[in-house]
Design a binder for this molecule. Sequence first.
Ligand code: NAD
Ligand code: TYD
Length: 339
Amino acid sequence: MKILVTGGAGFIGSNFIFYIEKKHPEYELVCLDKLTYAGNLATLAPMMDRLNFKFIRGDIADQEAVFDIFETEKPDVVVNFAAESHVDRSIEAPGIFLQTNVIGTQVLLDACRSYGIQRYHQVSTDEVYGDLPLDRPDLFFTEQTPLHTSSPYSASKASADLLCNAYQRTYGLPITISRCSNNYGPYQFPEKLIPLMIANALADKPLPVYGEGLNVRDWLYVEDHCAAIDLILESGQAGQVYNIGGHNEMKNIDIVKLICKALDKPERLITYVTDRKGHDMRYAIDPTFIHEKLGWLPETKFEAGIQRTIQWYLDNQDWWTEIVNGEYQSYYERMYGNR
Ligand code: NAD
Ligand code: TYD
């Protein structure tokens, strides 16, 4: 089995490559990644000399390049992680989100249509469902919840999901979609909440909490997401959407306080800043379907996962200090400079 993993130099894609390499050493893996600011080839260094692994730098929206890869590599399965993934950047500049997340998906689907595929898996997000109110803890996203997006990022991901549905129905392509809640773990780029707070706390810099910090996210350890995708590839049904989440809802402010405590840093570093535009209040996944159909359950409890993650950032400061420079530094200034 040969899997084309797009976006494999990013956070979840690289964790997926490591997961598959361990669980299915007999699989062949081809990683296609544009190496945007969020992609880091150093992450994949342990894979580079493996005979069953190949890295190709390229853009999923580049039709010629993608068709060429299908022609020469003949993948059996595609797992599409490649995306612009940061909501704040999508609010600043939506265009690249449409280009990569929508057009890129269309190009991959067209390649699957032309060359044939056993399975195309689209890695989507719970953000396509919009948000839930804080005063209705009884409400959760199910696979039947209507798409109702808030940010250019989530709108682009929902558009890609709709394209997948269209290609499944029109051309009979064997497509599955997963919609996961917020991930945390090793190799997450330090512009997302958890790694940003760890990095800033270690540098005794302010911890910028948007609004009042009361927004709720449903956190899942990245390896549990990878295990769910692996299961969907093995036993999932074409045409099906699978929600992935572990009922682990937390307020942003509680996460930031927990990080302060774990790193023995004072809470006075916490700085409340102007809220994100259109900020979604609460995400919460109902994972009943994937549990009942495929037997998936998360294995990592948040208390253990967050400690492991913090320890990873402590042990791998070279990985993130190297990328906290250049383009990222100017982004940080733009975003937080006078917030
Ligand atoms: P990430 O930003 O860390 O990584 C994205 C990767 O895609 C990078 O390596 C980047 O170089 C690559 N990429 C970007 N544009 C590309 C292009 N045009 N062609 C080829 N490669 C390109 O993102 P992530 O957090 O690992 O998310 C991966 C996927 O999972 C995304 O599709 C995202 O929507 C989805 N998702 C993320 C979360 C989360 O909490 N991070 C939750 C649910 C779903
Ligand atoms: P993020 O990691 O960007 O993920 P998403 O917006 O896709 O859920 O943000 C998680 C939550 O943390 C979100 O409610 C926004 C908030 N947040 C802050 O309060 N401060 C920050 O500096 C960042 C990056 C996020």
